[in-house]
Design a protein around this ligand. Structure first.
Ligand SMILES: Cc1cc2nc3c(=O)[nH]c(=O)nc-3n(C[C@H](O)[C@H](O)[C@H](O)COP(=O)(O)OP(=O)(O)OC[C@H]3O[C@@H](n4cnc5c(N)ncnc54)[C@H](O)[C@@H]3O)c2cc1C
Length: 383
């Protein structure tokens, strides 16, 4: 058991190699262009799905790969080496797909599972609202039962993939009882009363769209309810345990790519008659970056293994790792930019894009303040 925290087996290495090759050949060459043009590369995502990356930890009976959370973080680290924004959308799709696999009934798994795992269908996760982000239990979107239907009214904010996705996992309120009044629904893109806001203009994550999801008397079959009424908060949070690991892995992969670029650059760039990597102060900085990434990677594998083993502290470890790894990843990427001097600030060198992409990982899937809140609450409860 312990050895898996410290060494990968042959299967893990094969999975990571596959994802690295895909990132190097299919993603990295286009990442700057996609960022500049705000292009969402759905065709490339479908190629990734053909290799099993559309339903990484989803059941094989619905076309998933049946892999572990540890496998998933290896894959997302590798893909983010090509483009953190593309990898991060895939991570959200995987989270939503797993939620249908885990909480859906046989009919729901059969209806959406195969399309999601091969990515004929794309998925989005809809929790945040304009007036409820960190305080997710304060959402206002209402779901009213009407015979064999539910009628949804309200607005979801900042939804990744919105407008392009086919399937939306929407958390809405079926009673006023705080977190216990929330219910999860699957809303299909052609549901009457569903519309989308404009694509947000953002600092990073430009290779995937972010839009409002608007429900205006949006009518969906009651059969689209995921789990029971009142289970929505639990379902939403269960998805996020794994989502947080995946986003952390995307930070790790982006930062590792930035460090690689820095090593190459410092081996060539000269100042004061020497290569940059001959200055000991800069060597120490490189060493610190590598140490921080290795510590982050080790912690991430530990949290992923805890989620695989369903240990009682898994949620706590996922929150800790999300905070630690995304902070470390951003700091390393920002250092990489600094070590490139003025060239780091230019788009062509690819480092400023990584910094822009990684910044949002400290905010979403629960901000890093909320990660501390989760950790602190548990510490105090246990006292
Ligand atoms: C590009 C992008 C993509 C996103 N994709 C999705 C998506 O696909 N689906 C989805 O549902 N959401 C998505 N989000 C939303 C994201 O999860 C929220 O932005 C995040 O949870 C923070 O909520 P907020 O923006 O409302 O900030 P607020 O909750 O208003 O927080 C503002 C600040 O206060 C801090 N804060 C709040 N409460 C506390 C507290 N109790 N203690 C200490 N600090 C606190 C926060 O950490 C933050 O720094 C996305 C956001 C972005 C920017």
């Amino acid at each position: 058991m312990l050895s898996q925290f410290f060494a990968l087996n042959d299967d893990h290495r094969a999975i990571a190699d596959m994802a690295q090759t895909f990132a190097r050949e299919k993603i990295a060459p286009h990442a700057l262009d996609w960022d500049e043009r705000k292009h969402f590369p759905v065709d490339v995502l479908r190629e990734a799905a053909a290799l099993g990356m559309g339903g990484i930890y989803t059941g094989e009976d619905i076309g998933g790969s049946g892999l572990t959370r540890l496998d998933a973080v290896l894959i997302f680290e590798a893909l983010a080496g090509g483009c953190p924004a593309v990898a991060a959308y895939l991570s959200i799709h995987n989270m939503a797909t797993w939620m249908i696999d885990r909480f859906g009934d046989a009919a729901q798994r059969g209806k959406w599972g195969p399309g999601l795992t091969c990515m004929d269908l794309l998925a989005s996760y809809c929790l945040t609202e304009p007036s409820a982000g960190s305080d997710a239990a304060a959402i206002k979107m209402k779901a009213r039962r009407d015979g064999d239907f539910y009628v949804l009214n309200g607005v979801k904010q900042f939804i990744s993939g919105a407008g392009a996705s086919d399937v939306y996992i929407v958390m809405a309120r079926t009673s006023d009882d705080g977190a216990r009044g929330m219910t999860a629904f699957v809303v299909e893109k052609d549901a009457p009363g569903l519309s989308f806001g404009a694509n947000e203009r953002k600092m990073g994550w430009n290779a995937q769209p972010t839009r409002q999801v608007i429900c205006d008397d949006c009518r969906i079959p009651a059969a689209n309810r995921l789990g029971e009424e009142g289970q929505g908060f639990k379902i939403a949070m269960a998805g996020l345990d794994g989502g947080r690991l995946n986003i952390a892995a995307c930070s790790l992969g982006g930062a590792a790519a930035a460090l690689d670029k820095t090593l190459a650059y410092m081996g060539e760039r000269q100042a004061f008659g020497k290569k940059l990597n001959d200055f000991q102060a800069l060597q120490f900085r490189l060493a610190d970056m590598a140490i921080d990434l290795e510590a982050a990677r080790t912690f991430l594998w530990r949290a992923a293994s805890a989620l695989d083993a369903k240990t009682p502290d898994a949620t706590q470890l996922c929150a800790m790792a999300k905070k630690f790894v995304t902070d470390a990843g951003f700091a390393v990427a920002n250092d990489a930019l600094q070590l490139h001097g003025g060239y780091g600030y230019l788009a062509d060198y690819g480092v400023e894009k990584i910094v822009r992409d990684l910044r949002v990982h400290q905010i979403l899937e629960g901000s890093n303040e909320i990660m501390r809140l989760i950790v602190a609450r548990r510490l105090i409860e246990q006292k």
